[in-house]
Design a protein around this ligand. Sequence first.
Ligand SMILES: [Zn+2]
Length: 237
Amino acid sequence: MRTLALFEEAPYQCNFNARVLAVSEQGVALDQTLFYPTGGGQPGDQGHFLLPDGSVVAVVGTQRDPLHRSIIWHQLKEGAPVLSPDMELQGCLDWERRYLHMRMHTCLHLLCSIISAPVTGCSIGTNKGRLDFDLPDSTLDKEYITRSLNELINRGLEVSVRLLSSCEYDSLLEFAHIRTVTPALMQGVVRIVKIPGLDLQPCGGTHVRNIAEIGQVVCEKIEKKSRHNRRVTLRLT
Ligand SMILES: [Zn+2]
């Protein structure tokens, strides 16, 4: 079974030491990283590298390699010095931005728990986030969603994450109700995120430890994007 990536193992850490493995037109790959790569509607992390000579290089984005999904490329700001393989460096996340993503991402799990319809789209920003639901007859109400989310947040539940092999995932009846979701497999492993009594689903994103950290939220708008599609936008307050 695969080991956890550093950003999964230590979602609250923002500095790390690493060694350059490869440099390509896609960016810089390291032997380990805390930078979350774009995925699941959550933007890739930004931050900087501190090089051995003391210079600072901005990291403007992070993406998985489209073919070799375990490789994570860090995109450097235009005009940055060219790094070489085996160089040791320190990576530093833009923590403020990442933590906002963690709060909003976790909040979208709560939104799934109060709207029972398939999710067809997701987008996460620093203080806003949205989910699209396949919901032809909408009775969604902004005030109801705002009140329900804040009541859930006030319950202060712990968020847990565990890894399952795809066979374990298939065999566990516990997950029968989420079989319609195609799990994101990484090296044959499904990552399951659980908020007890509220939500249980495969997810590769970053989450807060306790839903109280989300803080208060407001449902900003509900849009009809097509006959079946309802878009619900939330904002952290
Ligand atoms: Zn998630």
